[in-house]
Ligand binder design. Structure first.
Ligand SMILES: *Cc1c(COP(=O)(O)O)cnc(C)c1O
Length: 410
């Protein structure tokens, strides 16, 4: 057994202790494709040397094609939380009102972060089973005749619940109210998995991270920035240093960064962007929708409940599953980890132990989905969870295009 850092990993993930590949089916971090791993397995270069500009430039340009923007993209060596903070501190001033919507755990964390920064976020309550409600947002903005609200912040794909907010509807709600607030969107678990158009949808700041749809390890995060957000940043009063868009602008123009970037993650990013375009973004999005539908069919066939209640808000990135009253989702997840070397996502805060989450985003295909769903079905059996057999079959039938035939035969 190696004495390298690998020997510190938990037993269930250590090669040798459990043969075959670990199934990392949490909704991020996701599986990193071998091509991306190989691209990062390269000597770290001088980040101020001549060769670096090509990598930096390709990463910055490439991300524009993923955000679908002609505007600026900023890349931080940070987790997604850093990019949340960057979006707020670059555009807002102490005491500014911000309208946020409680879609779930991640919206709640962004709300708390805004409070800690000295903003005054107003949080529209949600039931954790839907995306953000455009009517509630429009109504609140209409009541704000003095335009005290400076930004509307929503999470595109709420990773704790598997509910998607329809961003164009939120844009229309802001416009219908005739309100000048900035629109900020967290796409940390949707970018490069679910369709997203920063420019066309009129978003001012988009927040993203490397470790979900972008198929990289954790460690990079992003802001895509509109002209209107850049103008707001000129008069914004919150202190900012590390996160400052201004400091980034000049070096970024020639492919460089004001401080040491995460060089090897950028090699991986350039490779991941190439892979996404080779597959075609529309094909990537269709693949995620198809896997989401197959997973939901399995869940229903098992007699379990999909947490998201609104079909228009179903997520192609992940499926959150409610377990029957009186049963423990965490005990079930322990069973799948111990028996099948598969990690599933847990229920967060309010829904802890009531929900498990199946991640089906990133570098993922039909057989990986079927392996995952088989592990879930075997785990349901072994953990004594009440369920019906046949979820795996329902997903197979859908993937093979046989769902119609089997429905009419039944
Ligand atoms: C993962 C995630 C975050 C948090 O990102 P970190 O990289 O853990 O800081 C925030 N929002 C959403 C929607 C996420 O999925």
């Amino acid at each position: 057994m190696s004495k390298g850092p690998g020997s510190q990993r938990p037993d269930s993930q250590r090669p040798g202790a459990a043969p075959g590949r670990h199934f990392l089916q949490i909704p991020g971090p996701t599986n990193v494709p071998d091509r991306v791993l190989r691209a990062m397995d390269y000597p770290t270069m001088d980040h101020r040397g001549p060769a670096f500009a090509d990598v930096g430039g390709r990463a910055l340009e490439g991300m524009k094609s993923i955000f679908k923007t002609a505007g600026r993209v900023v890349i931080y060596p940070a987790s997604g939380t850093g990019a949340w903070e960057a979006a707020l501190v670059n555009t807002l001033s102490p005491g500014d009102k911000v309208l946020m919507y409680e879609t779930g755990h991640f919206a709640s964390l962004w709300n708390k972060l805004a409070q800690r920064l000295g903003l005054e976020p107003e949080f529209i309550a949600g039931d954790w089973r839907h995306g953000a409600d455009p009517e509630a947002i429009e109504e609140r903005l209409r009541a704000d005749g003095g335009h005290a609200i400076k930004a509307v912040c929503v999470v595109h794909n709420e990773t704790s619940t598997g509910s998607v907010t329809q961003v164009p509807e939120i844009r229309r709600a802001i416009d219908a109210a005739g309100h000048p607030a900035l629109l900020m969107v967290d796409t940390i678990s949707s970018l490069a998995s679910l369709d997203y158009c920063h420019d066309e949808w009129g978003v001012d700041v988009t927040v993203a991270g490397s470790q979900k749809g972008l198929m990289l390890p954790p460690g990079l995060s992003f802001n895509a920035v509109s002209e209107k957000a850049l103008v707001a940043s000129q008069s914004a009063g919150l202190p900012r240093a590390y996160w400052s868009w201004d400091e980034m602008a000049e070096p970024n123009a020639t492919g460089y960064f004001p401080y040491t970037p995460a060089t090897n993650l950028l090699y991986g990013l350039v490779e991941a962007i190439d892979m996404l375009h080779e597959e075609g973004l529309d094909n990537v999005f269709a693949r995620h929708q198809r896997h989401g539908e197959a997973a939901r069919r399995a869940v229903r066939a098992w007699g379990l409940e999909v947490l998201c209640l609104e079909p228009r808000h179903y997520s192609g990135s992940l499926t959150a599953v409610l377990v029957p009253e009186g049963h423990s989702a965490d005990a079930f997840r322990k069973t799948t980890l111990e028996n099948f070397n598969m990690s599933l996502g847990n229920g967060l805060s309010k829904i802890a132990d009531k929900v498990f989450r199946i991640g089906h985003l990133g570098d993922f295909n039909d057989l990986m989905l079927m392996g995952t769903l088989s592990g879930v079905e075997m785990g349901l059996e072994l953990s004594g969870m009440p369920y019906r057999r046949g979820g795996v079959q329902a997903a197979l039938d859908y993937l093979c295009g046989k769902e119609q035939a089997s429905a009419s035969a039944a």
